[in-house]
Design a protein around this ligand. Structure first.
Ligand code: 5AD
Ligand code: FES
Length: 348
């Protein structure tokens, strides 16, 4: 098994059957060897640096109905809110003072956030904080919209493909959503010059190892700058409420595999990972992650951005998350990097 890890590290290229063995391998010794290699590769490119992204959750309204998600349209128990432009600018201001140089505007697919509203908002954030990057995570939009937002100053876009298997995609997303459109959006974003992030959930209902291999293969084809993965976590008001959450160790193996396959990618230790285990994010950092995304949303709305049960950091102020994460990063021997943290040139 260690030979497969070495092969993956030296060339990034292994067969589907080798990937399957690695993904399914339960041996703690192999997991440790994989972790050690992932950490070495990450240190080769990024040293001990961990990049901070300030997450601002701008809206819990969503027109989609993804079966796994707590803010799906049909969940009538979901608490809906949207932040005003003033509130969003306030979060960015607060974040800037705390040392953030990237702001991630994330939300459900909410028709209220038109291009007419978003473009001046993005320009204003960039005017006030010219040394910062703006990342958007607002779902599927038209090519024209993505172009206008880019012209207004948006630098990056996060849009997970969620799963690269057509059939599984259909089991997780009712029509009119389609994997085809999701992929089209991702390629459009790349074409428009965004730094693009994609990714998938681990342990979502019906998922097999073959599906995970398809996710890795799709990412090899897309070549995103950033890759976000996290365990699926059930939400009480969804059809998947009684399903098991994704496994910690499987997620960690996949993170390490991603680091070896994509040596220079920016890979976050996600909030979902921190939710399934108290030290989940620290373990993520030790398995190749080099980004964390503390929450900058106003505490008054945090519980309402309720994607899955038990989400951490819903009671803490931005400053508290900032300090908490810095301590966590230091506790495993890494250091906070205060800079925009753009993707370094990929896949040379
Ligand atoms: N468990 C884990 N992650 C989830 N997401 C949405 N719902 C869940 C859930 N129940 C993730 C999706 C989405 C991101 C914003 O949150 O992958 O892209
Ligand atoms: Fe939010 Fe620890 S990161 S409280």
């Amino acid at each position: 098994m260690n030979k497969i890890v070495e092969k993956l590290r030296s060339s990034g290229g292994i067969s589907d059957s080798e990937l399957k063995l690695l993904i399914e391998c339960k041996s703690p010794e192999v997991a440790e060897f994989l972790r050690k290699n992932a950490d070495e590769v990450r240190q080769l490119h990024y040293g001990k640096k961990v990049y901070l992204r300030g997450l601002i959750e701008i809206s819990s309204y969503c027109k989609n109905n993804c079966y796994y998600c707590g803010i799906r349209r049909s969940n009538s128990s979901a608490h809906r809110y949207r932040l005003t432009c003033e509130e969003i600018l306030g979060c960015a201001e607060n974040g800037y003072k705390l040392g953030f140089r990237t702001f991630v505007l994330q939300g459900g697919e909410d028709a209220y956030f038109t291009d007419e509203l978003l473009c001046p908002l993005i320009s204003e954030i960039k005017r006030r904080h010219p040394d910062c990057a703006v990342t958007l995570s607002l779902g599927e939009r038209s090519e024209e919209s993505y172009r206008l937002l880019r012209e207004a100053g948006a630098d990056r876009y996060l849009l997970r493909h969620e799963t690269a298997d057509e059939e599984l995609y259909r089991m997780l997303h009712p029509t009119p959503m389609s994997l085809e459109n999701r992929k089209k959006c991702l390629y459009t974003l790349k074409k428009l010059g965004y730094q693009v992030g994609s990714g998938f959930m681990v342990g979502v209902p019906f998922q097999t190892t073959e599906h995970l291999i398809a996710d890795l293969r799709f990412l090899q084809e897309l070549r995103p700058h950033m890759i976000g993965i996290g365990p699926f976590i059930p939400h009480r008001d969804t059809a998947f409420s009684v399903e098991e959450a994704g496994e910690l160790n499987l997620t960690l193996r996949l993170l390490a595999i991603l680091r070896l396959m994509f040596p220079t990618a920016l890979i976050p230790a996600t909030t979902a990972l921190g939710t399934i285990a108290p030290n989940g994010r620290e373990l993520g950092l030790q398995n190749g992650c080099n980004v964390v995304m503390p929450n900058l949303s106003p505490v008054a709305v945090r519980k309402k951005y309720d994607l899955y049960d038990g989400k951490i950091c819903t009671g803490e102020e931005a400053a508290e998350c900032r300090v908490c994460l810095e301590n966590r990063i230091k506790s495993v021997g890494y250091e906070v990097e205060i800079s925009r943290g753009d993707a370094i040139d990929l896949y040379k």
